[in-house]
Design a binder for this molecule. Structure first.
Ligand code: FES
Length: 136
């Protein structure tokens, strides 16, 4: 049985800068069951993260900085305490209490300099290399 043809998503992929992603940040935001922090705190944290990545020109590739930082709202990262919880890949660093002041530290030290913000890191587990898979 033939699979249906996929629409050409190349323009979307390129406009998002997916091939240039350097780090991907997941933030527990507006969860269905807010356990790690009040919903309002998670939205404050998300809005700050989004605004700062934009202000610093990190949210999309530019001529000066050909790579970019991706951000994604996560409904729940399953830690469910001391939130908002923020996860940085590919480094696999999990952070607690990621409110604006902590997010600023994470941006300035981890995102821009590659230094883990140890005061707020609760775990570090970079994902292992994936097994070989069919090329896309
Ligand atoms: S509700 Fe935020 S990690 Fe589960």
């Amino acid at each position: 049985m033939n699979s249906p043809q996929a629409a050409d998503l190349t323009p979307i992929i390129e406009s998002l800068g997916i091939p240039q992603i350097q780090r991907h940040l997941f933030l527990c935001t507006d969860p269905t069951k807010p356990k790690c922090c009040p919903k309002e705190d998670s939205l404050t944290a998300w809005n700050y993260l989004k605004k700062r990545l934009q202000e610093l020109g990190l949210d999309r590739p530019t001529e000066l900085r050909p790579d970019c930082i991706f951000r994604t709202k996560a409904d729940c990262l399953r830690v469910c305490t001391q939130g908002p919880i923020l996860l940085v890949y590919p480094d696999g660093v999990w952070y607690r209490n990621a409110m604006p002041e902590v997010i600023e530290e994470i941006i300035q030290r981890h995102v821009l300099k590659g230094e883990v913000v140890a005061e707020y890191a609760i775990a570090q587990h970079p994902l292992p290399d994936p097994p070989p898979s069919p090329s896309v």
